[in-house]
Design a protein around this ligand. Sequence first.
Ligand SMILES: Cc1cc2nc3c(=O)[nH]c(=O)nc-3n(C[C@H](O)[C@H](O)[C@H](O)COP(=O)(O)OP(=O)(O)OC[C@H]3O[C@@H](n4cnc5c(N)ncnc54)[C@H](O)[C@@H]3O)c2cc1C
Ligand code: FES
Length: 347
Amino acid sequence: MLYYTLKVVEIRPETSDTVTLVFKQPALKKLKYEPGQYLTLIFRINGRRYIRPYSFSSAPLVDSNIEVTVKRVSGGIVSNHIIDKVQIGDMIEAMEPLGDFTLNNEFVDDQTHIVLWGAGSGITPLVSIAKYALHTRCVKHVTLVYGNRTTENVIFKNTINQLKLSFGELFSPWHFYTQFYVSADEPYVVKGRIDAKTVLKVMGKEKDLSNTVHYICGPAGLKESIKETLKYFGINDNLILSEDFEIERDAKLLTDVITRNVILNCNGQSTEIKVIKGKSILEAGLDALLELDYSCQTGNCKLCKARINKGEVKMVGVKLQHDELKPDECLMCCSFPLTESIELSIE
Ligand SMILES: Cc1cc2nc3c(=O)[nH]c(=O)nc-3n(C[C@H](O)[C@H](O)[C@H](O)COP(=O)(O)OP(=O)(O)OC[C@H]3O[C@@H](n4cnc5c(N)ncnc54)[C@H](O)[C@@H]3O)c2cc1C
Ligand code: FES
């Protein structure tokens, strides 16, 4: 894993609760990333280390600086720290770019129509993908479907308008508002949330549905209704990519999990931690102030991988294919203790 120390050169307010942090590209060790990937920021707050991923809102070959855009989460430790405490000139530690929610896959080429579906802060990786795809003309058409409560909540309003002005026919931005009066003469501005009806409306209006590849970033409910409705248009699952900012854990899947002690072997040290019912093994280890490697906490980056030496764990909400983990491996961010005497090793 490569680590970078990045200098904040600008802090740009986007909405009342969202800012963009602009970092200077390091002079020697340039940070290379793909649109749709994320940057993992590392902070020390009140003596504890916190690690959080933020999707790039800048795009390679388009923006000279590196940008991430952070929305305040109520009670959230790092998002509030970034918005209230980080200043221009601060040096922030970051991991190398991670993530596979990118254009770089076998299904996208210059004949592809990409459709980007997002709500709220889920716009960040989508705007990076849109900017890159339009500027480099690596796809045939870009549609963006973006849901918000009101116009005040729209992040990157100017960027989206500017892209429409610059790229005209190549770009179709749609805005959906749940709490906003919409006039009849703006057909691409619609009252309502992004749900099955919305998908039907957008897809019904798009002339060319062949060769579409879909990118979804937003809450779980949004993702599921878009995926379900895209099936109606005959779009295959492998042409629908999604990014989760947070995993909502289904309590029903954790009914057989109770509070237990787990031994973690890490850096030649063995520590026994108490994993309270409902917390993942990673969260319990971090609460015990162990400096464990992690980033996404959604089962995607694999940085929290551990070997199970003893006992059984239950993995919940993991996106990986089964062949990406060996039978005796688990991802601690999605793992919950199932038996007594669990012992894990982190290599
Ligand atoms: C791949 C990836 C990319 C991401 N990109 C972005 C991005 O571009 N911009 C951005 O603002 N955030 C992004 N996030 C979310 C971000 O990493 C943090 O989770 C978020 O800022 C909250 O961190 P926190 O420390 O403030 O909250 P915490 O202290 O970790 O959590 C406080 C409470 O808020 C809830 N919570 C955590 N995350 C969210 C969330 N995203 N929305 C609503 N509630 C939440 C938690 O369940 C908890 O109850 C991304 C996450 C992932 C996995
Ligand atoms: S922290 Fe990314 S997979 Fe667990």
